[in-house]
Write a protein that binds this ligand. Structure first.
Ligand SMILES: [Zn+2]
Length: 364
């Protein structure tokens, strides 16, 4: 349970909504069976987070007129602040939006708290990389000045919060009909969620999740049903000493964004994930201002993710981590989303382009 003192609200209904949402997310993120980790986390969360509900018309510096919610770090107080619209003055038809926003913003707060816990840094070529607010912060070591806009990872951070919200509300976890695997393989229009400005770019993120997956001969939903965590859980493959995360991207996006850099760069070269992520952040910025990504941009990202996925699964297969059946299953799940996206964004690949991507994977 959240400490009642961290929630500022006049209404019990808002406190209940917050506690219910926290419970759903912590079960999903830690696994329903993992009580010990959940208890440790809630203590940490209570120390670092402050939640305030506002009525329909109130405004703050961050919670602007048309916003339903926002999360930011109050540097002075050293707290992660969640500001939300509550029930007061709300039209009945906006109730689902409030619920979705609470989950989305709370999900941000989970990432932010994990980033505080995983506060290590990596120094490469005079630049220090650190987890910060669900993204990666990069500063020059010598001058302490930011590199570029300093933070990258906004595209993945925002779109993933929507995907997790869809998992939390539309699957069997909350009595819905879909499975976790459905959300990860279906287009956002088939989730049955309230749409927002990020929805049209969520497919890129679903393709990324598939590219980092180690879940082959079983389902994500099975892991959840058994009380495990698709974010933090690991699987030990036959004959291997090391246990592997179910999905390196799901783990990284929630708990340790720098981890994703490490896995991607292993196959795509030093700094490759930073480049991809910054490119996507730019797409995100335009999307929010009403300009959809061009199909050439979508194709470029799909090409890179396909190359990475090919290199990674082949390497795992060669090392005996995946059997041939698992290798084929992972490729087929990835290709399913890849084909969907060609139609969704009218971003079609010619046979020559596909051959070219395949060729690159064989060369390793
Ligand atoms: Zn957000």
């Amino acid at each position: 349970m959240l400490d009642d003192r961290i929630i500022n609200s006049k209404y019990q209904a808002e406190r209940n909504l917050m506690n219910e949402s926290f419970l759903v997310l912590s079960n999903l993120i830690f696994g329903s069976k993992n009580s010990e980790e959940k208890e440790k986390f809630v203590d940490f969360f209570n120390k670092h987070v402050k939640i305030t509900f506002y009525n329909r018309t109130e405004e703050t510096i961050r919670l602007l007129k048309n916003y339903y919610g926002v999360v930011y770090k109050d540097e002075e107080a050293g707290k992660i602040n969640i500001e939300l619209r509550g029930y007061e003055g709300l039209q009945a038809n906006k109730l689902p939006v409030v619920k979705m926003t609470v989950l989305h913003e709370l999900c941000h707060a989970f990432c932010d708290v994990f980033c505080l816990r995983n506060s290590y840094s990596v120094v490469k070529n005079g630049i220090e990389f650190k987890n910060n607010l669900g993204m990666v912060k990069q500063d020059y070591v010598e001058t302490k000045k930011p590199v570029g806009y300093s933070m990258y990872g906004k595209f993945y951070n925002e779109t993933m919060m929507d995907i997790i919200t869809a998992i939390a509300t539309k699957t069997k976890i909350e009595g819905g009909n879909l499975t976790v695997d459905d959300i990860l393989s279906l287009n956002y229009r088939d989730w049955g969620c309230e749409l927002d400005v990020y929805s049209p770019i969520t497919s890129i993120t679903r393709l990324t999740v598939a590219a980092f997956s180690n879940v082959a001969s079983y389902k994500y939903q099975d892991i959840v049903n058994l009380g495990g965590s698709i974010f933090r859980g690991r699987v030990k493959k036959e004959g291997q000493k090391k246990a592997y995360l179910f999905n390196d991207f799901l783990y990284g996006i929630m708990c340790d964004p720098l981890h994703i850099d490490m896995v991607y760069d292993t196959y795509m070269g030093d700094g490759a994930f930073r480049d991809l992520s910054s490119f996507l952040d730019n797409i995100f910025k335009y999307q929010v201002s009403g300009i959809s990504p061009r199909k050439e941009e979508i194709k470029l990202v799909m090409d890179k993710l396909q190359t990475f996925a090919n290199l990674r699964v082949r390497d795992y297969y060669r090392k005996g981590i995946f059997t041939y059946e698992e290798f084929a299953e992972l490729a087929s799940k990835f290709n399913h989303i890849f084909r969907q996206m060609q139609t969704e964004y009218d971003a079609h690949f010619s046979k020559e382009e596909i051959d070219d991507i395949t060729e690159r994977a064989h060369k390793m």
